[in-house]
Write a protein that binds this ligand. Structure first.
Ligand code: SF4
Length: 364
């Protein structure tokens, strides 16, 4: 695509091809059923660095519990983190929560109207602001996530992407192509094209609606493969029956430090340096960005585990009854282990075999 010679007619044709394709091929995603800026904001924050399939179930539960900005602002942080469990990158949840509180305390409880104003909120970058403003408010502003950038680079071709000032160039081209009549739908169509057709390693050019405008047709920019690191880790599952008539069980959990670099304040099973005696009760693989954790879980009796030495090491720990596990902010891995071992109830989506990928996959 040579933008210097791109006429208004070309741009109209590009929009028509893309939007017609999107009408036929758009995935049916829950956040596409709404133009409520709050709900679009939640979905955009969840989708940052988390796969769509994982977000679907989490989004629905989150919106059921916090249907409005005010309900989110009034919630306790640990409840927000609990509902975020499984999505990872918990800093996003904290930022979302504090931005909601700021909006309720200082801006009358509604989201600003323009992308420029949205940009001033904690945790809201150019992309998120543009996505919310274009989809919810019809503002003619291009939203550029990683998928859209890749599509634009391929459309422009090799020589254009080698020139200096690439980010500004991409922004300019995104603005030129944007359909000002339906900016929100156009932005979603570009993202969908990048997510489902113009794939990083193997673009499906024969299915691409805008192939005739493409300067590369997938010939270049194969994303370099990330180096994957593997780590073996061990956890202890320590349980005890709850006294009295109850048939319930309590599980020993530890809380990560407030200043921990990752997932501060979240609860998890106690890690153990060495495998315990006997066979593990569970072996799973848990992938976080470029690390594959190969996890072994050993069941250890409470009296053997809670020696005086171990108790000193376990700074913040607590017994949590199984019926309450869904109410506390667990790390994604702890949640996966406890569900897999039937200590924690599985959500309906998993029981019925629907959605929530990431929970029932990756097992060794
Ligand atoms: S033709 Fe291929 S490389 Fe070009 S935009 Fe379409 S899918 Fe991407």
């Amino acid at each position: 695509m040579e933008t210097a010679t791109l006429t208004e007619q070309d741009r109209e044709e590009f929009r028509l091809l893309l939007l017609s394709w999107f009408r036929l091929h758009a995935r049916d995603l829950p956040w596409r059923q709404t133009r409520d800026p709050y709900r679009i904001w939640v979905s955009e924050v969840m989708l940052q660095q988390t796969r769509v399939a994982t977000v679907i179930a989490r989004y629905t539960q989150f919106i059921q519990r916090f249907p409005s900005l005010v309900s989110l602002a009034l919630a306790r942080e640990d409840e927000v983190l609990t509902l975020w469990s499984g999505l990872g990158y918990y800093r996003r949840a904290r930022m979302l929560h504090s931005a909601a509180q700021l909006l309720v305390n200082e801006h009358g409880g509604s989201l600003p109207h323009t992308s420029q104003e949205l940009r001033r909120l904690p945790g809201v970058g150019d992309y998120t602001a543009a996505a919310i403003a274009s989809i919810a408010r019809n503002e003619a502003v291009a939203a550029m996530d990683g998928n859209v950038e890749r599509v634009l680079m391929r459309l422009l071709g090799k020589s254009a992407t080698r020139r200096s000032g690439l980010p500004a160039r991409l922004k300019e081209v995104a603005g030129l192509l944007l359909d000002p009549k339906v900016p929100g739908t156009f932005n979603q169509a570009m993202m969908e094209l990048g997510a489902t057709v113009c794939l990083p390693r193997a673009p499906r050019c024969t299915d691409c609606p805008v192939e005739k405008f493409c300067g590369t047709k997938g010939e270049h920019v194969a994303a370099p493969r990330k180096q994957i690191v593997s780590r073996l880790t061990h956890y202890a599952l320590v349980k005890r029956p709850v006294g009295g008539e109850s048939k319930r069980t309590e599980v020993l959990l530890v809380q990560r430090q407030d200043n921990a670099a990752q997932m501060p304040g979240m609860w998890e099973l106690p890690a153990i340096a060495e495998p315990a005696k006997g066979e593990p009760v569970l072996r799973i693989r848990h992938a976080i960005t470029n690390t594959n954790f190969y996890v072994e879980v050993f069941e250890v009796k409470a009296d053997k585990f809670l020696t005086a030495r171990n108790q000193r090491k376990l700074e913040r720990h607590d017994w949590v009854v199984d019926s309450r596990l869904g109410e506390i902010p667990l790390t994604g891995l702890a949640r996966k282990i406890l569900m897999r071992l039937d200590v924690m109830a599985k959500p309906r989506e998993v029981r019925s075999g629907k959605a929530l990928p990431g929970l029932d996959r990756d097992f060794l």
